[in-house]
Design a protein around this ligand. Structure first.
Ligand SMILES: C[S@@+](CC[C@H](N)C(=O)[O-])C[C@H]1O[C@@H](n2cnc3c(N)ncnc32)[C@H](O)[C@@H]1O
Length: 382
């Protein structure tokens, strides 16, 4: 990056990424601060930007106006929450390997730091620095504090997938990973990138890609493999890739943003936030991954949420399932959120495929906690 001008001009797909980050980080802070307050815990959150960049971009080629990058977007939102309650603390650690980036970011972040928070910027390699930061957090006795780590490298990542396991050892940690699928497909058959990709994927399975297949199939295979390996090597429990469709790329996204956590509530908040975003030109799609039966060549998007729910209820027959259990399952395994999950169940009920036994007082046009759902025996062989 030595010759690259810093800051650089923002690209369309980066704007989308920032919109997603904004949409999530605000409810993340809001919900966690409120919960900490309710249980009389200290209100402390930690944000780590592992590949922070300079914190600013030129808005266009004229290079006469600027917009914020990820660390400053988060800083602005953090200020609004601290302003509401001055006892709140948000620790922010930013890492970038480029001095040109960290010099700019240090200055900008200092100016943004209205409430004298611990906001640090390090010129360092992510993989080397992250554990020093974690020890610093441990030294401050903040081991269990909720932590959000944004991992946004350029192209291939260059760090071992296994380090994510240590980061996820705090069950309140969430990772938001930019998985640059477009570049990874370009690099994956090149000898030069072999060791980097082996680090990123954790093994050499990625080499089993069908080199004669079309780019869409290659993307599908590598995305599914990476999600599988996040479970295998990072001990992740919930892995939710969001495909970011940009107008110029057709059905072949440039990247997926992958939310990784050990907490179903975190996954639910993330999906709910993402489902609220709708812009004409972009779509953010949660790709439900069927953790049990999926082959790496299957496209989970090809099966509708209604179909997946039907099969899940059928698999439990004759046992009824509680609505909350089905909702948790569907958040993980389909692209649905509460509203679409409920709507699909009501359609299945109308078709007579499932029976919904509601609790006393629950209205017939709702499906909610406590309702029992059973597959209909009339459809068991269809
Ligand atoms: C895509 S940019 C980050 C953009 C930023 N997250 C944002 O959204 O505004 C990626 C950054 O990673 C930095 N980088 C590349 N390799 C790195 C490494 N090994 N460790 C830390 N930073 C690195 C680059 O200098 C670059 O600024």
């Amino acid at each position: 990056m030595k010759d690259i001008e810093v800051p650089w001009v923002i690209q369309e797909h980066t704007k989308v990424k920032h919109e997603l980050l904004k949409q999530y980080i605000s409810p993340w802070m809001n919900i966690l601060f409120r919960t900490q307050k309710k249980f009389r815990y200290p209100q402390v959150l930690i944000y780590i930007d592992g590949f922070s960049g300079p914190g600013i971009y030129y808005t266009d080629e004229k290079r006469d106006s600027l917009c914020n990058g990820s660390p400053l977007i988060v800083a602005e939102i953090a200020n609004t929450y601290i302003e509401q309650d001055k006892s709140r603390k948000i620790l922010m650690y930013c890492i970038d390997i480029e001095k040109k980036c960290t010099d700019i970011l240090k200055e900008r972040l200092k100016k943004s730091n209205q409430y004298d928070q611990k906001w640090e910027v390090y010129e360092a390699d992510f993989e080397r620095k992250i554990f020093e930061i974690i020890s610093d957090i441990e030294g401050k006795k903040l081991v269990g504090a909720p932590m959000f780590i944004f991992i946004d490298p350029i192209g291939y990542s260059g760090y071992q997938i296994g380090i994510l396991k240590d980061l996820l050892s705090n069950p309140r940690t969430e990772l938001f990973i930019n998985f640059m699928i477009y570049d990874i497909v370009r690099f994956c058959e090149t000898k030069q990138f072999e060791s980097l990709l082996t680090k990123q994927f954790g093994d050499e399975e990625y080499k089993k890609i069908d080199t004669t297949s079309n780019p869409e199939t290659k993307q599908l295979y590598l995305k599914n493999l990476y999600c599988q390996n996040l479970r295998k090597y990072a001990n992740a429990e919930y892995v939710m890739p969001f495909r970011v469709n940009t107008p110029d790329q057709g059905q072949r996204p440039r990247y997926y943003l992958i939310h990784v956590s050990k907490n179903i509530k975190a996954l639910k908040v993330m999906k709910n936030s993402m489902s609220k975003i709708s812009q004409a030109d972009y779509s953010f799609e949660a790709i439900g991954i069927n953790t049990l039966q999926m082959s790496l060549f299957n496209d989970p998007e090809k099966i509708s949420i209604e179909e997946k729910l039907k099969e899940y209820c059928r698999s439990a027959f004759p046992k009824p399932l509680e609505y909350t259990h089905i909702e948790d399952w569907a958040y993980v395994n389909t692209n649905g959120v509460a509203k679409t999950i409920k709507d699909s169940l009501k359609i299945l009920e109308e078709k007579g495929i499932i029976e919904i036994r509601r609790k006393k007082g629950q209205r017939a046009n709702t499906v909610t906690d406590g309702a029992l759902i059973r597959f209909s025996k009339d459809y068991i062989h269809e």
